[in-house]
Design a binder for this molecule. Structure first.
Ligand code: C5P
Length: 239
């Protein structure tokens, strides 16, 4: 299977989401990301509806809380049968381990395969200067991301969310099958919006990202399906 292009469905409600998806052929094997905005509005029913259509799903709720709370929340998420899900690596080793335990427990309860568990390192909207000033982190941004990747791997996570700019350094510090999922993707002609570490689809492929997440360059395009196809073919052009 080729490395996936995941569309971030950052929409306020089901109606808007459904109108957007109606612009794609029904046989297109979409992989979509549901974030906080849509999940808080449309909830688990949305997951069931999209799964019934045969879509692959990334539930991106970026959990961050005390270990027991994350474990219990992940037990609920595990039962939904999604393909990928997320926690913040900054929650620390104990929280990450608890999340991994909860996710496996949920999957076993529902008799579904466990989701790939991904840790958010530094948000792709964070610059190095901002990280150093606001988080009082005195190393470079790639060093911070590589540190969180090792922490996540040791805690039992399957991979991380990072910018494609940091994939090479992560690959130096983690197992070959460790997943690097990269948002902050912008075709050369697109606006960067709030993304500070944006990378083109081709550069993400060259950096050996495991999957890319693309939101506004597709969701805000005048012709979303054409924008999706152009980004997908650029992403898949480098083997
Ligand atoms: O519209 P855009 O392509 O910038 O959307 C990127 C998506 O990836 C958003 O849904 C955002 O929440 C998510 N994301 C990110 N950076 C991370 C983790 C997730 O941009 N580090």
């Amino acid at each position: 299977m080729t490395n996936p292009l995941i569309i971030a469905l950052d929409f306020p409600d089901w109606e808007t989401t459904n109108c957007f998806l109606a612009q794609f052929p029904t046989n297109e094997p979409l992989f979509v990301k549901i974030g906080m905005e849509l999940f808080y509005q449309a909830g688990p029913q949305l997951i069931k509806t999209l799964k019934a259509r045969g879509y692959r799903l990334f539930l991106d709720l970026k959990l961050y809380d005390i270990p027991k709370t994350v474990q219990n929340a992940m037990t609920v998420i595990g039962q939904l049968g999604v393909d990928y899900t997320t926690m913040h690596a900054t929650g620390g080793q104990a929280m990450l381990k608890a999340g991994a335990i909860g996710l496996k427990k949920g999957a076993a309860l529902a008799n579904v395969p466990p989701a790939k568990l991904l840790a958010v390192t530094q948000l792709t909207s964070t610059s190095e200067a901002q990280m150093q000033a606001e988080q009082l982190v005195n190393v470079s941004l790639p060093a911070s991301v590589a540190h969180y990747a090792k922490l996540a791997q040791n805690a039992g996570c399957d991979g991380v969310i990072c910018s494609a700019q940091e994939v090479p350094i992560i690959r130096e510090h983690t197992n070959p099958d460790f997943f690097c999922v990269t948002p902050g993707i912008r075709p050369a002609t697109s606006q960067t919006n709030d993304q500070k570490r944006a990378v083109t689809p081709l550069a993400a492929a060259q950096a050996k990202s495991s999957a890319i997440v693309v939101g506004r360059p597709i969701t805000q395009a005048t012709q979303p399906y054409q924008a999706y196809q152009a980004i997908k073919s650029e992403w898949e052009s480098f083997k």
